[in-house]
Ligand binder design. Sequence first.
Ligand code: KIV
Length: 279
Amino acid sequence: MKTISTFQRLKNNNEKIALLTAYDYSTAQVLDKAEIDGILVGDSLAMVALGYENTYNISIEDMLIFIRAVARGAKNSFIIGDMPFLSYSLSVEQGLANAGKMIKAGANAVKLEGCNEHIISLVKRCVESGIPVLGHLGFTPQLMNTIGGYKIQGKTSEKIEAILESAQRLQEAGCFGVVLELMPSDSAKYITENLNIPTIGIGAGKYCSGQIVVTDDILGKFTDFTPKFVKKYMNLHDEVLHGVQEYKREVKEELFPSEKESFILEEEEKNKLKCCITE
Ligand code: KIV
């Protein structure tokens, strides 16, 4: 069984940490079988699974449905629930209550974006209450409108130092790790080397303690857009398309279902029907 200690042990042993996202039961089963180090039920599901343009339109109640599905499929994995937009910014009490709902739904930890006084207090309260927290810095999609779009972060030494300072504050508050999103490899390297807890990169290069990507991106299932940092290991979209087209053709040409996929009526009963029909 993987725990937060697994992440720290992997970092200490200089072994990279491999995380992926999952939103449903069958994907979670596959990731579990592959013994992936952790599964994030990311709020990216708003775009990838539900077709929204961004991650704003997903509620804590929606997230709980997906966390429960993943928890049913991934019995041995470490599951991280991503706290959605406005589910933790109103007050520490609101954040703690919603983080608790995620844990009760089957998550082992929660992820929060950003770092300010409020986030630091919330991280402390969660950790004190037995809820492990993964931080998230650099590009934080929930702040996209205030950041001013999908922009690479940490491009100057001042900005890198500011991200490092936030990461150190999250570390002190009790985060077991921090996601670094969308920044130059050397910026992430500098931050990683100045932290004790692991960094998990997405679009942040190879020097992070581990990596996370959206599973649907690397399997080529989600094709609306493909960020530069995504490597496609499969082209599931085309394979699924091919399968669906073949099914359609076989139905039209009466090749499916064949006898193999059909249930056969006993000859005697068939004869009786013939009698009835011919009578
Ligand atoms: O929502 C998400 O999937 C994320 C990424 C870090 C993968 O936050």
